[in-house]
Design a protein around this ligand. Structure first.
Ligand SMILES: O=C(O)CCC(=O)C(=O)O
Ligand SMILES: [Fe+2]
Length: 288
């Protein structure tokens, strides 16, 4: 696995962002992008606790996908106040994933400024994500293959990205958006996962107020180095082929996968996990 550091810049114009990053579909980090937003001063875990402490939030941990759960179904729930106390007290695997907190707590919307970077952003869907020290977000790409503007707050986070053209090396699970969940993307075992040796991706370390641009359909793995939270703004894919794939994923793939989980149970999950390896090695001519 070869990871190149994502360029970090301080400021960017709309024209430069479109020309140098969106058109060529390359990632970039804009340091302190949010520094002129109210959120930059206000957003930390205590503030979220004070404004949303009574909300019951869905939590995910890093247990492997099971046929008993639906596609992207949460594993537990807790009051936000209790969750934030947990985050602050010790490392935890519990994460909040894809939670529309802004819809639940509209007051938060006043704290951000919609960036004018030439991307048409989906205004209904500013999603928030939270994680405890050491928690990991499995390697995946997003179902709608959007361009993602990912802002981080409070803590530090490491992001590992792969462009869609690296999919063949990533042990993608069929009918799903993830890699084999038993790969440790911090220190991959190349004996077990030889294809990963060839993969070429990117790495970025985010701090409070930074923005990471993830182009369409990019794979991403994230690790919360310290407790913190992030917000993703999205812009639907500009490439017609990606729009088609997004529609397929949303309207066909996930329903088919849910149906198979109900019909075949754990066998369906096991078969897909096995196929991820067999198909990756066959495509690359790896014989073992
Ligand atoms: O940081 C996270 O918890 C996940 C972020 C993510 O997957 C996304 O923004 O699409
Ligand atoms: Fe994602």
């Amino acid at each position: 696995m070869f990871l190149e550091k994502i360029p970090e810049i301080e400021n960017i114009s709309k024209e430069e962002f479109l020309r140098s990053y969106v058109r060529p579909q390359l990632p970039v980090v804009v340091k302190g992008f949010a520094k002129h937003w109210p959120a930059y001063e206000k957003w930390d875990l205590d503030y979220i606790k004070s404004i949303a402490g009574e909300r019951v939030v869905p939590l995910y941990d890093d247990r492997p996908v099971s046929h008993e759960d639906g596609f992207n179904e949460a594993h537990a729930e807790m009051k936000m106040a209790a969750y934030i106390d947990l985050l602050k007290s010790k490392p935890t695997n519990y994460r909040i994933f894809l939670y529309n907190l802004m819809k639940e707590v509209p007051g938060l919307q006043k704290d951000i400024r919609w960036p004018d970077l030439g991307l048409k952003l989906v205004k209904q869907l500013p999603m928030l994500f939270f994680g405890g020290a050491g928690s990991k977000v499995f390697m995946h790409f997003d179902i709608d293959l959007s361009n993602i503007l990912h802002f981080h707050f409070h803590g530090e986070k490491r992001c590992v990205l792969f462009p869609p053209d690296q999919t063949d090396y990533l042990y993608k699970i069929p009918h799903s958006l993830i890699s084999r969940e038993d790969i440790d993307f911090d220190a991959p075992d190349y004996e077990k996962w030889p294809a990963l040796k060839e993969a070429r991706g990117y790495v970025a370390d985010l701090e409070h107020g930074d923005m990471l641009y993830m182009p369409e359909g990019y794979w991403h793995y994230m690790k919360y180095v310290t407790p913190g939270f992030s917000m993703s703004l999205r812009s639907f894919p500009g490439k017609p082929a990606n729009l088609m794939k997004a529609a397929y994923n949303v309207f066909v793939m996930r329903h088919y996968d849910n149906l198979m989980r109900r019909w075949k149970g754990q066998e369906w999950i096991d078969v897909k996990n096995e196929r991820a390896v067999v198909e990756t090695h066959r495509k690359l001519g790896i014989t073992r």
